[in-house]
Design a binder for this molecule. Structure first.
Ligand code: ZN
Length: 451
């Protein structure tokens, strides 16, 4: 999910004086541990420089409008869970760690002092601010999911993950948008992004045939993204439809495309069939171009999100498509409430998952249990991720990155400690797994040259 999109909602809250208890110095959360994490394992994991599989880092450009294809502030207001509210002690802990905030409360006077420090730090660091953030949180490489990269987000430390849902939506989306008040606001943003992709290619009008659309819009856009440094493309389709992308014959898709390319409203069934075809085409092309395919799988966000439509089991037919076995899929946010379903998909040779957003929304203890389940099965396919994004003026992406990275390290230490104590893995193997999850699995998947 994209937490920054709730910014305005949170800003409204932040005016209130918040009673906040300081976070424990240990770096763990307030969740009582059933067993303490092994101190050596904790220390080992603390030193690992991570590869963060998923974030929406801000560039240093004023306004930074390329941060998101579907900025969810258009869905406001919607209620956010406790972890994302400004009075969650995690934010105070992050202020202290990142900006040497000396106070243990969030009074108006102290917050205005903090805002001054944050502004000064950003100004003084300039273009190097994002890299400074990575140094602070111990991240070597951050994958950042954006419409386009921007100043301050240069490779090799920042790697681009683009958005491709718009390419799946060439026909009128009016009927699709009418399905819910949320979708009514989201579909026009996809229409706008497709027009931007077409304009980047100098294509003024939608081509008359599906074949021409694939050859002059879809493939050239993906090729341009790959040339632009993209390591993966991202589908946030779960905000717009369910994830059951069926195998639709090209002839069927072509017929639907031709019928509605110039005018008219496709039926939901027809449009779904065309989208299904395009999803698999895009996934196949991404694989050919060496880019992974990221798919949002989590039970939020918004007032009308359909959680059942984000179940990773719905992707099974696409994962099982022999024509897509050259494509690496990554289930982003680990399936959320469907974490065990995401884990079951790891049997497929080309499927991975990450823990992003879970590192912000779950307690480390709860995440540890999820991780343990995954790590006992396919430790080479589990990736660390934060979903760091700007939540609002007092909740920048750098603070979210700090919280999520701290939580991810704590959860992993707990999971591996339990596995050692139960005799499931040796200490040496546990350290190896820690390194894989926090760093080298992603390094291998994206062919990164890590230091
Ligand atoms: Zn995200």
């Amino acid at each position: 999910m994209k937490p920054h999109t709730i910014a305005m909602f949170l800003i409204a809250w932040s005016g209130a004086t918040l009673a906040c208890t300081p976070s424990r110095e240990s770096g763990a959360t307030a969740t009582p541990a059933r067993s303490a994490a092994d101190p050596e394992m904790t220390a080992f994991i603390a030193k690992i420089r991570t590869v963060d599989n998923h974030s929406h880092a801000s560039s240093v450009a004023p306004g930074d409008s390329d941060q998101d294809a579907l900025p969810l502030e258009v869905l406001l207001p919607f209620e956010v869970p406790v972890q994302l509210r400004p009075d969650n002690p995690d934010w105070l802990a992050a202020y202290r760690a990142m900006y040497e905030y000396p106070h243990s409360d969030l009074s108006d006077a102290h917050m205005s002092e903090l805002r001054g420090t944050m502004r000064r730090t950003a100004q003084e660091r300039g273009d190097t601010f994002p890299a400074w953030v990575l140094d602070q949180v111990g991240t070597e490489v951050l994958l950042t999911n954006r419409v386009a990269m921007g100043p301050g987000l240069a490779p090799p430390r920042f790697r681009w993950v683009s958005y491709v849902d718009a390419l799946m939506l060439p026909l009128s989306t009016k009927a699709e948008a009418a399905i819910s008040p949320d979708r009514e606001k989201l579909f026009p943003l996809e229409d706008k992004l497709l027009r931007r992709y077409m304009s980047d290619l100098g294509v003024a009008n939608l081509p008359a045939t599906l074949d021409a659309y694939l050859k002059t819009v879809v493939t050239p856009t993906l090729e341009a993204q790959q040339r632009g440094g993209c390591v993966a493309v991202k589908f946030e389709a779960a905000y717009l439809r369910s994830l059951d992308f069926e195998d639709v014959p090209a002839a069927t898709a072509s017929r639907i495309y031709v019928k509605y390319a110039s005018a008219g409203e496709p039926s939901h069934a027809d449009y779904k069939a065309l989208q299904d075809f395009l999803f698999r085409y895009i996934a196949r092309e991404a694989g050919r171009l060496g880019m992974a395919v990221h798919i949002h799988s989590f039970e939020a966000a918004g007032n009308f999100f359909v959680a059942a439509g984000a179940d990773p089991f719905l992707l099974e037919s696409a994962f099982n498509d022999p024509a897509l076995r050259q494509t690496h899929f990554v289930i982003i946010h680990g399936g959320g409430v469907y974490a065990s379903h995401a884990g079951a998909m790891l049997w497929k040779p080309n499927v991975y998952l990450d823990m992003s957003a879970m590192t912000l929304l779950d307690t480390p203890r709860k995440l540890a249990e999820v991780l343990r389940d995954w790590l006992t099965q396919y430790p080479e396919k589990v990736l660390f991720g934060s979903d760091a994004a700007a939540f609002g003026p007092d909740m920048g992406w750098e603070l979210a990155a700090w919280i999520a990275t701290r939580n991810g390290r704590a959860a992993l230490a707990w999971a591996l400690t339990d596995m050692i104590r139960d005799g499931e893995v040796s200490r040496a193997r546990a350290e190896e797994i820690a390194m894989m999850v926090m760093r080298t699995n992603a390094g291998t998947l994206y062919r990164l040259e890590l230091k």
